[in-house]
Design a protein around this ligand. Sequence first.
Ligand code: NAP
Length: 331
Amino acid sequence: MTKVTNRVGLGTFPLAGVFSKLTIHQAEEIVKTFINNGGYYIDTAPLYGFGEVEELLGRALKDYPRESYYLATKCGYIDVEGKTFQTVQKSGKYADVIRECERSLERLSLDFIDLYFVHSPDPNTPFNETMKALLKLRDDGKIKAIGVSNVNLEELKEYNKNGDVKHIQNRYSLINQSINKDFAQYLLDKNIKLVPYQVIDRGQLTGKVYEEVGNLKDGDLRIGRSDWEPEKLNFIAEWSKSKLAPIAKKLGITLGQLSIAWALHQKYMGFVIVGVTNSEYVPINLKANDVVLSEEILNEIDTAYQVLKKEIRDKFGISIREFRGLNEKYY
Ligand SMILES: NC(=O)c1ccc[n+]([C@@H]2O[C@H](COP(=O)([O-])OP(=O)(O)OC[C@H]3O[C@@H](n4cnc5c(N)ncnc54)[C@H](OP(=O)(O)O)[C@@H]3O)[C@@H](O)[C@H]2O)c1
């Protein structure tokens, strides 16, 4: 692997137009802007645009040397092309994993994938069957490393029985601290890196939170989600304005940069993933890689988080996870 200089990755789910709408040309330009500004890790999945995002990545990346980027994609859903979220099916079966990898390579126009995740555990397939397929792909040079996503600690241990898992991808942020002590210890003991998604909580941990309330456009996937209900969003916005924004201001950085830098400072962290449809955010997000947070600042952020948890408990009588409508795996 080339020397990694920037650990802020590009998430490509928004390139499918699930939040703000954008053209395929704009989406390809975002990918190029990312690499041209020093970005390295690109995260995708067959589910994003049901094959279309992998295809647009194939076109956008074709003129870049292979070592100038690191491509992560996922398996675990079958025959995605032309499907919807309601009709797509999960499978971790051996033959399906092998076939879906071939399809991803074809759409991406690549010979190999740097990091291949199981998108979400398939409860109907023994995990060792899925791992067997992933090891075969690794032996054949089609993938370089294995990861699993949306796992709890028990599931991770099961996938990692023989020590082959190198990364996990779970939802995680400053207000979604989904990795408990035991989980963190396991990651550290096994040298497994967390590649978190939604570290800025789809914009809630940026200055945009102040504008978002009631302003999402028709077709935006965030509409109707429990953590985007106006009352909850207002509550987070008020907290971030009074507790988080002053810390960012003191450091001369944006709220989004503070949230990304906070994640990068956690011990078990690998790359962090941030999605965009507005290319102006790309260099801003990449700059978060260089932000150094002192122990004192990290403590201030933790105090702010503890205040948020307490305020939610006092006002609504529930945990922050319940308040945000997250399941037991925090997504
Ligand atoms: N493994 C899984 O199951 C899973 C699930 C979800 C996501 N993911 C991966 O993780 C990535 C990240 O998640 P996500 O894209 O859903 O959410 P996200 O990264 O938390 O947030 C993306 C949203 O944040 C906004 N944003 C980005 N930078 C900003 C900035 N500097 N200031 C203000 N707003 C900013 C973008 O707005 P604009 O649209 O206006 O640019 C975009 O709508 C995905 O793209 C995908 O690769 C994986």
